[in-house]
Design a protein around this ligand. Structure first.
Ligand SMILES: Cc1cc2nc3c(=O)[nH]c(=O)nc-3n(C[C@H](O)[C@H](O)[C@H](O)COP(=O)(O)O)c2cc1C
Length: 282
């Protein structure tokens, strides 16, 4: 299958860009190209995901900001989804595909779910009552030198590091780690999932391989699982699923994401089952 960008190379190239070239703002044609791509995206969860381009200078004088975290760009893309089953996962899936597409174009991005003026952006976008607004990202050309704030963020969150396979991937039950040899052809999609970005670099995705299927779980604070409108870990799992799926497609591995009613795997209480990847039977 022909993909829109080389997946492995782009996943490895992407990082959260917090400092942009202020003297070289993103071009109109690049903005347009990104929005055309964004508006044509679809996801395996069947949820309509909407993207909103925002320029902080012309928003009715309402002050939009990122508390000094993002420097050198005034252009942002926000994502909204109708509230519903797997809508946060769908937002994560589609927005990450856009992030990777942008990376391949030489455009920097940074998922933001916490460090931005949420109420200002909410009204600027015109988020509707039954919609969720999980995140925004700045867009622009990365500056050569990172700001001090950016370097501090990366150091504090250990952004260059990821958890080991043994903490993330399991075989048949949560008691037994999955090895790369156990994963076979799926070692590649799992490895690219492992490299995905996540809020505060928490990497809340957990996956159990069982009878050839890959069951996806999110480590979500039990208090937040139902009452919290935006459990950001669910967006993270959607991001991970995007990397997994693109990597599988790059290797010619087909299958589908489905939510099963009974996975029959004993699950620790901080983990929540979300969906499964069922490979196509050869
Ligand atoms: C859903 C999500 C929300 C995030 N929210 C923020 C944020 O509010 N502020 C911020 O500076 N970085 C945010 N990040 C960026 C993460 O800190 C970053 O992805 C992680 O530290 C790994 O670093 P990397 O993206 O450079 O690989 C977020 C990332 C994700 C996926």
């Amino acid at each position: 299958m022909k993909l829109d960008f080389p997946v492995e190379q782009t996943v490895k190239q992407r990082y959260s860009v917090r400092t942009y070239q202020s003297s070289n703002p993103i071009s109109e044609s690049d903005k347009e190209k990104l929005m055309i791509y964004a508006n044509a995206l679809s996801n395996p969860f069947g949820v309509p995901v909407s993207f909103h381009l925002l320029e902080t200078k012309d928003t009715n004088a309402k002050k939009l900001g990122t508390y000094g975290v993002i420097k050198g760009t005034k252009v942002y893309i926000g994502v909204t989804v109708p509230a519903g089953a797997l809508s946060l996962e769908a937002a994560g899936y589609d927005f990450e595909k856009l992030v990777l597409y942008a990376t391949n174009m030489g455009i920097g991005t940074c998922w933001l779910a916490g460090t931005f003026d949420r109420s200002g952006f909410t009204s600027a976008i015109g988020v509707k009552e039954n919609e969720l607004f999980p995140a925004i990202s700045p867009i622009g050309y990365p500056a050569e030198k990172k700001s001090l704030t950016e370097s501090l963020f990366r150091k504090t969150l250990k952004s260059n590091q990821r958890k080991n396979w043994s903490e993330l991937f399991f075989k048949n039950s949560f008691n037994k780690p999955l090895t790369e040899a156990d994963a076979g052809d799926y070692a590649f999609p799992l490895e690219l999932l492992r490299l995905a970005p996540s809020a505060s670099n928490k990497q809340p995705w957990r996956i159990v391989q069982s009878n050839g299927a890959y069951h996806f779980y999110g480590q979500i604070n039990p208090k937040k699982q139902d009452e919290h409108p935006v459990a950001i870990e669910r967006v993270d799992v959607g991001i991970g699923a995007s990397h997994f799926h693109l990597a599988a497609l790059e290797k010619g591995l087909s299958g589908e994401f489905v939510t099963l009613t009974d996975v029959n795997i004993s699950t620790p209480k901080e983990l929540r089952y979300l969906f499964s990847w069922l490979p196509e039977q050869g």
